[in-house]
Design a protein around this ligand. Structure first.
Ligand code: ATP
Length: 369
């Protein structure tokens, strides 16, 4: 039995705008599910429907085997952590964490026990008497988490809970949330537009665009086998390079041509292009920056998959270098070894690892191979 399921969910706002279209998802117990996608794709809307803060226009929401569509938010056994963690400024950390339990008329002893336990998990024991203004951003965020934890809900909903923190604290809190997930053994549904957060936290990621699920998969599968050009471009940083290439079938061999560069498509990818009838057609070829290699050795052994371009920008990030250039007008990034001798203005040869390319239909943008 899944812990939560969304079946054919639609959301139409009162102004007629259809924010969510036919959303289907089964979430297992103890999963860490991430909703990710560009601004306005419907992540928060979906989360708010699960929480009961937004009406479901059509479809069925179940928690356990119970239909929840018309159940009051407070009776859904769900706790939500928002991006602006909205602590009560006049209350101590203890009282902030105890507030929801008091409302539910939980006995005092029980409240004390639950708050103390949550404070221990979140390392807030020494701060229980403080007011929010005497806390750092990360500590406030932990109190907001604490407020959710004390209720011991079946499902946690988190809407960009780290977006108000600075970069360093975000990374730290990311690790904290991961540990918390393990310790609590709870189901978490987490909204973010930050794909690094999605990749590092999620057991499964739901990639959304314009109110429609694009792909639901593990971080690794999303990275290695994106189902369309949108997912391919959204997951991974720096972004996957995308360029239009013309496919030609010559006997047994298949080539992808861009400008003067005729690249041999490996047998593992060729069949799908032949079978799909792509001979003579233009497709989108995607290749990740780490598969664009400027090492002399690779260039020498990769006769049929070498391109040449002038470097526009050289960017050293310590452990790696990004080289930016254009190929027939398409912007490209190569992620190379920091010992590279290539610099801005140089004309450089790159070997493309054609075994790693993805081919997408130019019109539908659906993956071919
Ligand atoms: P962000 O990452 O920017 O928070 P999101 O993916 O969470 O975006 P939602 O907040 O779910 O997106 O909004 C989805 C779409 O629904 C947007 O186009 C938004 O403008 C629209 N929308 C949200 N609330 C309403 C409303 N009350 N009435 C009409 N349209 C709305």
């Amino acid at each position: 039995m899944s812990s939560l399921s969304l079946e054919h969910i639609y959301k139409k706002y009162s102004n007629g705008f259809e924010a969510i279209k036919d959303f289907n998802l089964d979430i297992e117990d103890k999963e860490f599910i991430i909703f990710v996608g560009p601004s306005g794709c419907g992540k928060s809307t979906t989360l708010r429907m699960i929480a009961g803060l937004e009406e479901i226009t059509e479809g069925t929401l179940k928690i356990g085997d119970k239909v929840m569509n018309d159940v009051e938010p407070k009776d859904r056994d769900i706790a939500m952590v928002f991006q602006n963690y909205a602590l009560y400024p006049h209350m101590t950390v203890f009282d902030n964490m105890a507030f929801g339990l008091k409302l539910r008329k939980v006995p005092k002893d029980q409240i004390k026990k639950q708050v103390t336990e949550a404070a221990k998990i979140l390392d807030l024991e020494k701060l229980l008497d403080r007011k929010p203004k005497a806390l750092s951003g990360g500590q406030r965020q932990r109190v907001a988490m604490g407020r959710a934890i004390v209720r011991d809900p079946k499902v946690f909903l988190m809407d960009e809970p780290l977006s108000n923190l600075d970069a360093k604290l975000r990374v730290q809190m990311r690790t904290e949330i991961s540990k918390l997930h393990e310790r609590l053994g709870a189901t978490i549904i987490y909204v973010t537009h930050d794909q690094t957060e999605a990749m590092t936290l999620g057991t499964r990621i739901v990639v959304m665009k314009d109110g429609v699920i694009q792909q639901v998969d593990t971080p690794q599968n999303l990275y290695n086998a994106p189902c369309n050009a949108f997912v391919a471009g959204f997951i991974g940083s720096p972004q996957m390079n995308m360029l239009d290439v013309k496919i030609s079938v010559e006997g047994e061999d298949v080539y992808a041509t861009i400008g003067d560069h005729k690249l041999k498509v490996p047998a593992s990818k060729a069949k799908a292009l032949i079978d799909g009838g792509y001979d003579g057609k233009t497709v989108i070829m995607g290749i990740r920056p780490e598969n664009v290699n400027d090492s002399q050795m690779m260039v020498e052994v990769s006769k049929n998959s070498v391109i040449e371009a002038k470097i526009n920008v050289y960017e050293l990030l310590g452990a790696e270098v990004y080289l930016y250039f254009e190929l027939e007008g398409f912007p490209m990034t190569a992620r190379v070894d920091p010992r590279t001798t290539a610099r801005t203005g140089d004309t450089v040869k790159f070997a493309l690892d054609m075994e790693k390319v993805h081919m997408f239909d130019k019109e539908t943008e659906i993956v071919i191979t």
